[in-house]
Design a protein around this ligand. Structure first.
Ligand SMILES: *Cc1c(COP(=O)(O)O)cnc(C)c1O
Length: 339
């Protein structure tokens, strides 16, 4: 039994999801003819109170399209220094949208309205024009942290006042929503555009949704085509996304409970210096200085537990749909055996 905790992207579709995929009515989505893609796009948009949605191959693509459609180079994007859009999208902010990036050193991946206001450039020809703000909820590199609605409202008000587009990288937005005291609609109201991954906690094999106004999504469809993301009978994939949205949201709480348990157990081990607080399904821990952390990763891998290096001395484990209670018990036993 291999226990793969490298990411929540490693899930394999269940037979119920595969049945939904095989039985999906499909058509050519580039012509707008795929009923299952259309259903997924309106289902996602409806959940967050947005007018329209666009099904894309990946979350990188939905984020990059969102940045491109609401900015005009030269200009600048503001985000936290831990953001996926900055760290893990290959420099796409510069490559695709031609923007500079201003990084804020926030708190566990979260930035405040006050910090954003201080990062907005003055109206002076020396500076790139600030145009766009991107937030991440939950924040991956911050340890799966959840934004409070009160701060998001302040940020939205600031962005409205300063004429900045506010985007949510909601790759794991449902992990936030099942724990937070706000609804998808209340969250949706705070953002111009939202990117949602179907291929993470929701268990679909492929795909992300970009949500926004009809006007945004019309532009987004053009950019998706340019990037080579226009897919034909994509309904087979969209069906998996619909299945995930309809069946796999509430169960994310189970992933969170297992992650918390792993975090508690790890914090008691002698080779662990520190475990970051566990908010959702992401566990980040630091190995003590006297041990090279890669030896821990390798020893775990030799015992069939997979994690990833996550910065100096840091290891990340992510719980997901295919990580069972039986695996949890086994994983704890193995983690303890390295003590
Ligand atoms: C996974 C992820 C994405 C998108 O990744 P894809 O692999 O392209 O779907 C975007 N943002 C965050 C925070 C992520 O974790």
């Amino acid at each position: 039994m291999i226990i793969d905790l490298r990411s929540d992207t490693v899930t394999i579709p269940t037979s119920e999801m595969k049945n939904a995929m095989f039985n999906a009515p499909v058509g050519d989505d580039v012509f707008g003819d795929d009923p299952t893609v259309n259903k997924l796009e309106s289902l996602g948009a409806g959940m967050f109170g947005k007018e329209a949605g666009l099904f894309c191959p990946s979350g990188v693509m939905t984020n990059q399209i969102a940045i491109k459609i609401n900015t005009n180079a030269p200009g600048e994007l503001i985000c936290d220094e831990l953001s996926h859009v900055y760290n893990y999208e290959g420099g796409g902010i510069g490559f695709n949208a031609g923007l500079a990036t201003k990084l804020i050193k926030g708190n566990t991946g979260q930035i405040t309205a006050e910090e954003i206001e201080a990062a907005i450039n003055p109206d002076d020809i020396h500076f790139p024009e600030t145009q766009f703000v991107s937030l991440e909820n939950t924040c991956n590199k911050g340890g799966g942290t959840i934004y409070p609605l009160s701060e998001l409202k302040k940020i939205k008000a600031l962005c409205n006042e300063k004429n900045l587009t506010l985007h949510l990288d909601g790759a794991r937005v449902f992990n936030a929503l099942v724990e937070a005291d706000y609804t998808a609609k209340e969250l949706g109201d705070q953002f111009d555009t939202i990117s949602v991954c179907l291929s993470k906690g929701l268990g679909a094999p492929v795909g992300s949704l970009l949500l926004g106004t009809k006007k945004d999504i019309k532009k987004a469809r053009r950019i998706r085509k340019i990037l080579g993301g226009g897919m034909r009978q994509a309904g087979y994939l969209a069906a998996a996304g619909i299945y995930g949205l309809e069946n796999n949201v509430n169960r994310l709480k189970e992933d969170h409970a297992r992650a918390k348990k792993l975090g508690t157990e790890l914090s008691q081990l002698s080779y662990v210096a520190k475990v970051l607080p566990v908010f959702t399904n992401i566990i980040i821990f630091e190995v003590i200085e006297s041990i090279d952390f890669t030896t821990i990763i390798n020893k775990l891998a030799a015992k069939d537990i997979k994690g990833v290096a996550f910065g100096p001395q840091k290891i990340r484990l992510v719980t997901h749909l295919n990580f069972t209670d039986e695996m949890l018990t086994k994983a704890i036993k193995i983690l303890k055996s390295l003590n």
